[in-house]
Write a protein that binds this ligand. Sequence first.
Ligand SMILES: NC(=O)c1ccc[n+]([C@@H]2O[C@H](COP(=O)([O-])OP(=O)(O)OC[C@H]3O[C@@H](n4cnc5c(N)ncnc54)[C@H](O)[C@@H]3O)[C@@H](O)[C@H]2O)c1
Length: 288
Amino acid sequence: MTDQTQPTTPLLAGKTLLITGALDEQSIAWHVAKTAHHWGARIILTNTALAARMGKVRQLAEQLNAPFIPADLTRDEDVHNLLQQAMEHARGPLNGILHSVAMSMNIRKKREYPQIDYNFYQKTLEISAISLHRLLQHAWQLDALAEGAAVLTLTYIAAQRVFPKYNDMADAKALLESIVRNFGYWYGKRKQVRILAINQSPTWTTAGSSVPGFREFFTIAERLSPLGNASAQDCANLCVLLFSDLAAKLTMQTIHHDGGFTAMGISPDLLELLKPELFSETHNPSSA
Ligand SMILES: NC(=O)c1ccc[n+]([C@@H]2O[C@H](COP(=O)([O-])OP(=O)(O)OC[C@H]3O[C@@H](n4cnc5c(N)ncnc54)[C@H](O)[C@@H]3O)[C@@H](O)[C@H]2O)c1
C-alpha cells in the first residue's frame, strides 16, 4: 500500500537504460526512449553507424541529452565497447536494456521461405535473435546489469503461429523467445535480472512495413483484436511499466501486447472484410 501523503517520484527515477534500435520517429525504440525519459530515466542510445547516418538517432540523443554510442550488435568488440562505455556514462551497471533490432535480407530480396538464401538466413538470425544473446553474454562478463534490472525485446506472434510472409523472421523470433527464457533463468538466479519479450501488434515502422503484405497484416489484426492494434506509444508505455520495480517478479515470458489478437478466433469485424460470395447460400464449400 503506498503512502498517499508522500509526493510521488517518477516511476523510472534513478534508472539508466540502454536503448537500441531507434532509427526515426516511427521506431518503437524511439517512443520507448522518449517515454522512459519522461518517466525519469536517464537514456543511453545506440544503433549502427550506418543507421546513425541514414536516420535521426543523433537528433533524439540531443533532445534527451543522451549519449549516443555506435555499435553493430552482431560484432563482439562493438558490443563489449558499447557496454563498457554505457557503464562509464551510467557510473555503474545499467538498470535496463531495450533490444529492438531486426532485419531479414531474405524479406528484402523477396526470397520466400522455401527458397531462402542461407547466408541471408544466418544474418537474419545473427541480427534479430543472437544479438540479444550477445548483449546478455557481454553484460554477464562485464557485470553490466544492476540487481533487478530488466531486459526487454520485441517479438511477433509469427514466432508461435504461421504467417507465411513473415519468412525467416519467424524462425528468428522463435529463437529470440527461447533466449528470453533461457538467459532469463541464468540472469534471474544471478542478479534477479528479468528478461521479457513483448509480442507487439503490427506497427508502421521501417522494419514492420518491409514485410510483404504488411497493410493486410495491420488491417486484419486491427479488425480481429477487441482493443484494436497496440501502437508504438502503447508499447512504450508498457515498457515503462516493465522496466519499473512494479514488475519485479515478471520474467522469462512473451507478453502478448496486441489488443487481444492472439486469443481471438474470428470476429464479425473481420468477416466484413472477407468476400461476401463465400458466405452466400448458393456457395457450397464442400464442392469447391
Ligand atoms: N513494426 C512491427 O510491426 C513490429 C511488430 C512486432 C515486433 N517488432 C519488432 O520491433 C523491433 C524494432 O523494430 P521497429 O518496428 O521499431 O523497426 P525499425 O526499423 O525502426 O527498427 C529496427 C532497428 O534495428 C536496427 N538494426 C538493424 N541491424 C542492426 C545491427 N546489426 N546492430 C544494431 N542495430 C541494428 C536498425 O538500425 C533499426 O534501428 C524489431 O525487433 C521488430 O521485429 C516490430
